[in-house]
Design a protein around this ligand. Structure first.
Ligand code: ADP
Ligand code: AMP
Length: 217
């Protein structure tokens, strides 16, 4: 199955992606995670992306698309994939469509996680990520047993540089201007499905999985 998750920053895409991908036995491909890994390991790709990420702007399309194009050709993505954070604008969506047509495959569904801006700010300002395994926590909504330590692997938790209040507001503007048009793009393609992404994490996972099942049956 080939799935795209779309929604504003903080909607819970990464949180849901880990459960949905493992349930469907497909790899989760998060462009944000790949960029952050490259920034932290000091690669050329990380060097190109860092300033854009720190400001909360999108990394240029040619850099992002080349990275996704190469990731989608890896063996684990041949039987399906879940994209988290890509596409992020209409040109990226158009290019993805062309690539998939060339490979004679298509997306099955685009799942939109719907939450309002106030909830996004609450979620992002308390987000903490494990430096070692990447698990995402929240200081109030999903706190680890010991502050600053990951329950899963004991790794150190950190707050993302782009999760500061001013950058969050800017990322929401970028979402409205550049990413939100994807909603009508995929609605026109007939593969968009919106779900309410407020409430407990497990309920949203159940809602997502039953939406996916309904859509493909
Ligand atoms: P995104 O990948 O869309 O930017 P994340 O999955 O990283 O969002 O979630 C942002 C923050 O919100 C994290 O700290 C996460 O623990 C928290 N979160 C995710 N889902 C929920 C939820 N249903 N209720 C409350 N907090 C949530
Ligand atoms: P995320 O982890 O999805 O919140 O992404 C963090 C940051 O990575 C974004 O604010 C962008 O700077 C960059 N990024 C992630 N995905 C993309 C994309 N598809 N296109 C451009 N930039 C991206």
């Amino acid at each position: 199955m080939r799935v795209v998750l779309v929604g504003p920053p903080g909607a819970g895409k990464g949180t849901q992606a880990q459960f949905i991908a493992s349930h469907l036995a497909i790899p989760k491909i998060s462009t944000g995670d790949i960029f952050r890994f490259n920034v932290s390991t000091g690669t050329e790709l990380g060097r190109q992306a860092k300033a854009f990420m720190d400001r909360g702007d999108l990394v240029p399309d040619e850099v992002t698309i080349a990275m996704v194009h190469s990731r989608l050709q890896e063996t684990d993505a041949q039987a399906g994939f879940l994209l988290d954070g890509f596409p992020r604008n209409v040109p990226q969506a158009e290019t993805l469509k062309k690539i998939l047509i060339e490979w004679e495959i298509r997306l099955d569904i685009v799942l939109e996680l719907v939450v309002d801006d106030d909830e996004v700010v609450r979620r992002l300002s308390g987000r903490r990520t494990c430096r070692r395994c990447g698990h995402v926590w929240h200081v109030l909504f999903d706190p680890p047993a010991r502050p600053e330590t990951c329950d899963d692997c004991g790794g150190e938790l950190f707050q993302r540089d782009d999760d500061r209040e001013e950058t969050i507001r800017h990322r929401l503007d970028v979402y409205q201007q550049q990413t939100a048009p994807l909603i009508s793009f995929y609605a026109d393609e007939g593969i968009l499905l919106g779900i309410d992404a407020t409430g407990p994490v497990e309920e949203i996972t159940d809602r997502s999985l039953s939406a996916l099942r309904r859509f493909i049956c």
